[in-house]
Design a protein around this ligand. Sequence first.
Ligand SMILES: N[C@@H](CCC(=O)N[C@@H](CS)C(=O)NCC(=O)O)C(=O)O
Length: 228
Amino acid sequence: MSRKLYELAGKNPELVFSPYCWRTRFALAHKDLECETIPWRFTDKAIIAFSGQPRVPVLVDGDRTISDSFVIAEYLEEHYSDHPPLFPSGSVAAARFVNAWADSVVNPGLARLVVTDIFKILSPKDQPYFRETREKLWGCTLEELTADRDTTVLAFRKSLQPARMVLKSQTWLGGDQPDYADYALAGSFMWAHCVSRFAFLEPEDVLSEWFARVRDLFGGLGENAKRA
Ligand SMILES: N[C@@H](CCC(=O)N[C@@H](CS)C(=O)NCC(=O)O)C(=O)O
């Protein structure tokens, strides 16, 4: 297949869990584009040579190589404009906000809950790199970061209130239909869902219902995902 997606995987190559790669998985499925998955690990440096940067997702589409999940979404929208739109009626600006909120608020909040679970599912060759870089980033051990997660989860759930308020009056963040705003946030949730069994949402939360709806899209793409 000429389309390939380099995705972060754990020790088990089927356990793909990056929030950013999940956004791209959903975006490709929304566009009804098939894609081969290439499992990638933190310590594989091969993508730098052909993508010019060290992070996934990286999409190789024929002779084009694109990195950064949002740039990939914009690329797919432009190059596959006759496929279902990821940003219907100019919603790219709103989706960009959800994307930035997921990156800067939701992802750090989730990291405080599941970072030790991520460590456990990593390939042994990735574990020292992950521990060293994340402990430097957070200024404490991974175990210290998640030690009080039964308490910090309460603040995390509160931080999701903007999405909860929107979903009280519409089915999707995109409105009547899911769009890239849904995939931007659902990517973060898939990250925690795949690496951990920790209940980051309460079952009766409107966001749990929405997340279940997203997982059921595209024949259960999220629901059938490999989990730890
Ligand atoms: N803004 C980028 C972020 C990509 C990113 O940070 N990916 C992580 C995987 S979750 C990564 O490749 N990290 C490499 C590393 O930490 O060395 C996007 O949206 O794609």
